[in-house]
Design a protein around this ligand. Structure first.
Ligand code: TYD
Length: 222
């Protein structure tokens, strides 16, 4: 039986990485094999493209070219990591996926939605998430968290955008949650990690019923 595919989305400092890890830890005791991954990256080829994108080296090429590069990374990630894991019955949790391209390059970068849809068709095909968890935090809190996290080092290509960019980003995620409620769920990410984690756990139980998943023997510790 195909595994389940869960993606986390949200703006900077929304707590996606922490919550993706917490969710993986809560699923494993059920005997579910869990693959925790991220974008851009998650496979050898995609990690190589990650640096080009996040360093800002591709920024002069424009949002159009960045969308194509994110798609190239995703193509490798889907083929090398996500699809094989789902086919083996594992659950895949990805910190960002195709919605990030729709929102960062599409809505904010003004890349034509038809190009984005074509790229999705080619790269992900029917490997679509069963559940997308959108973590929502006020912009100031998100930027503050991102700045604590990186300490003295400079923000990456997208963290360095201005406040208006981050406000629009938040709006775009709220709209996505409203437009596609079957797949997406909005979770308030401003509370402490344990509280947010409990809300996510309740959601995953209600939608994907992990207690009924077949036990994945290879992943159960002896
Ligand atoms: P990352 O360092 O992984 O951190 P975080 O997800 O916590 O922000 O940064 C990934 C950055 O790349 C993030 O600013 C969003 C951006 N991004 C896109 O613009 N398009 C995409 O398709 C993806 C996957 C990410």
């Amino acid at each position: 039986m195909r595994g389940r595919f869960i993606t986390f989305e949200g703006g900077e400092g929304s707590g996606k990485s922490t919550q993706a890890k917490l969710l993986a830890e809560r699923l494993r005791p059920f005997g579910i094999g869990v693959v925790l991954t991220r974008e851009p990256g998650g496979s050898t080829g995609a990690e190589a493209v990650r640096h080009v994108l996040l360093s800002g080296a591709a920024k002069p090429l424009g949002a159009h070219a960045e969308a194509i590069l994110f798609a190239a990374a995703r193509d490798d990630h889907v083929r090398q990591t996500i699809r094989p894991a789902l086919d083996a019955g594992r659950w895949v949790i990805s910190d960002r996926f195709a919605d990030s391209t729709r929102i960062y390059q599409g809505t904010l970068g003004n890349v034509d939605s038809r190009l984005i849809a074509r790229l999705e068709h080619i790269t992900i095909g029917d490997t679509r998430p069963d559940l997308t968890i959108i973590l929502d935090v006020p912009v100031d809190l998100g930027l503050q968290r991102a700045s604590w996290r990186r300490g003295e080092t400079a923000g990456d290509r997208f963290e360095a955008e201005d406040r208006d960019f981050h406000e629009k980003l938040r709006e775009a995620y709220l709209e996505l949650a409203e437009r596609d409620p079957e797949r997406c769920a909005l979770i308030d990410g401003s509370a402490d990690p344990a509280t947010v984690g409990n809300a996510i756990w309740a959601l995953v139980n209600a939608r994907l019923h992990p207690a009924e998943a077949p036990v994945h023997l290879e992943d159960v510790a002896p």
